[in-house]
Design a protein around this ligand. Sequence first.
Ligand SMILES: Nc1ncnc2c1ncn2[C@@H]1O[C@H](COP(=O)(O)OP(=O)(O)O)[C@@H](O)[C@H]1O
Ligand SMILES: Cc1ncc(COP(=O)(O)O)c(N)n1
Length: 267
Amino acid sequence: MQVAKALTIAGSDSGGGAGIQADLKTFQELDVFGMSAITAVTAQNTMGVHGVYPLSIEAVVQQIKVIAEDLSPDAVKTGMLFSAELTEAVANQIHTSSWLKLVVDPVMVAKGGAPLLQEQAVDSLKRNLIPLAHVITPNIPEAEIIVGFAIDTFEKRKDAAKAIFQLGAQNVVIKGGHGEGSEVTDLLFDGKEFHLLKSMRTETKHTHGTGCTFAAAITAEIAKGKTVVDAVTTAKAFIQAAIEDTLGIGSGHGPTNHWAYRRRGAK
Ligand SMILES: Nc1ncnc2c1ncn2[C@@H]1O[C@H](COP(=O)(O)OP(=O)(O)O)[C@@H](O)[C@H]1O
Ligand SMILES: Cc1ncc(COP(=O)(O)O)c(N)n1
């Protein structure tokens, strides 16, 4: 039996909707064996981030090294990296392990506003990690921080995708959750062409972990050998189902429904 394997290098969300937990649930739903290297533990629920406890560089590097020695992932995803030092150490390990199928979700701020990446780490992200990315998936505020200009029109979004491509990412997906209108459009730039992925916008407050889940679904599909366009298309359907079939749990911004895509028989 051929088993596709994916590794997530990210933060733990005790509330289970984002971070490592969202990634592993998504990998499993898409028939991919999931592995994790935890960068930070967060005390989090649907009301917000109540504590952030980064792990030591040594602890993070060792998790990645032992996976590299034994389990060779077919694709790797990064999420919350918290500091410049952790970002650089993770990038070094990915480079040393020659992991080419890398999906970078440049997590910066939680939906409730808590910082998950220190400001001084943005430089390290741009210098060390983005050049290794096969796919990068910023939301609009993250893309603005990376490129340093405001994205207030669709043309500017295209300019931002080109600018991030120039930093070395081979495929750039600028997600549209933070845009406006009755549709949500994600924009994929592969260096040559722009691809638009559209869905109806669901009016809901339960969008905790949408970015993590979307990037994890891309990673799972790439681990199975799918092209980037196909992987992003499946990921868009996966997250749309997860948002539409809401679980409605927690009193704040609740998690998405990681079962929804499979239960719909969409797989
Ligand atoms: N209200 C919504 N309705 C439908 N799809 C959404 C909605 N919000 C986000 N999405 C989708 O979820 C994914 C994550 O988008 P976004 O919210 O922009 O990222 P992040 O969680 O990083 O802020 C994207 O594929 C986007 O199209
Ligand atoms: C540990 C961790 N990682 C990432 C996010 C971002 O979540 P979102 O996908 O909602 O932007 C989070 N809230 N917690």
